[in-house]
Write a protein that binds this ligand. Structure first.
Ligand SMILES: [Mg+2]
Length: 263
């Protein structure tokens, strides 16, 4: 099989996928860190509990200049947190106390719920920490049930607080660790009468694998910079809309929904 840059051979997944939402007009897939949250929780954990900002920035630079893969660079960051003696439970609490939701996300979440639009979180982070932070920010039922397609944590000892842990990648054979295109392609490959319009939200390097695949791409711009996805899309000529928080997005998606109803 030849490698197609748009639909490369799917990497094998070590983790299950949630069932597809069928019969929907729209499906929203969104990055978590720096998109639904105001800052990247893994960067924050590395900066405050692990190797620190300087080491983390150096690794980010190595990833951007392709000296290292996202998968291997990110593992080094998480290993520095474990090496400093921080258990997984401690990391969860640290993130719950410090990570905030985009100020417009709850409005967008409620808009999607009212319009029968599923939201799926597609992340290069770890599911248990994402759910821990969500439980702070969304109604309990939503925090427990919103589908998350991400990596996972692997516990390497039997202590209740999980002193020794590591990241378990969904796609260990991919340099991304988690190839986000694999969350969108099952929707865009459905037969026309079942295929929803796909809308993807992202901000950073980990979203490059998804950028070309969704019908509509929204790229978040952050005032403190690190707008890597915007730079990538501009360079590659990938059509996208920019936004600063999710309240910008509600009227745009509302218009798409209205248009689809009258079509
Ligand atoms: Mg991100």
């Amino acid at each position: 099989m030849s490698a197609d840059p748009i639909n490369p051979v799917a990497p094998e997944s070590t983790l299950p996928y949630p069932p597809l939402f069928k019969g929907k007009k729209f499906v929203v897939l969104s990055d978590w860190d720096g998109t639904i949250t105001t800052k990247d929780s893994n960067d924050f954990m590395t900066d405050t509990l692990g190797m620190g900002v300087e080491g983390r920035r150096q690794l980010n630079h190595d990833i951007l200049t392709e000296k290292d893969t996202f998968r291997d660079g990110f593992r080094k960051m998480m290993e520095s947190v474990v090496a400093n003696g921080h258990s997984y439970e401690e990391c969860k609490e640290h993130l719950r106390a410090n990570i905030q939701l985009d100020p417009g996300f709850l409005e967008f979440y409620n808009f999607c719920k009212a319009n029968d639009i599923p939201i799926i979180i597609v992340s290069s982070g770890m599911e248990p920490t994402i759910r821990a932070v969500l439980s702070n920010l969304l109604p309990a039922e939503a925090a427990e049930t919103i589908p998350i397609i991400s990596n996972d944590a692997e516990y390497l000892d039997d202590t209740p607080e999980h002193k020794k842990w590591t990241i378990k990648y969904r796609h260990p054979s991919s340099g991304f660790g988690h190839d986000k295109s694999q969350s969108i392609i099952p929707y865009t490959s459905l037969p026309p009468d079942e295929r929803p319009v796909t809308i993807f939200f992202g901000d950073g390097v980990s979203d490059m694998s998804a950028a070309k695949h969704a019908d509509h791409l929204f790229v978040k711009l952050k005032s403190f910079g690190e707008n890597d996805l915007a730079a990538y899309c501009t360079r590659e000529g990938i059509p996208h809309r920019t936004f600063t928080d999710f309240s910008d997005v509600v009227p745009v998606v509302r218009e798409m929904v209205e248009k689809a109803k009258s079509a």
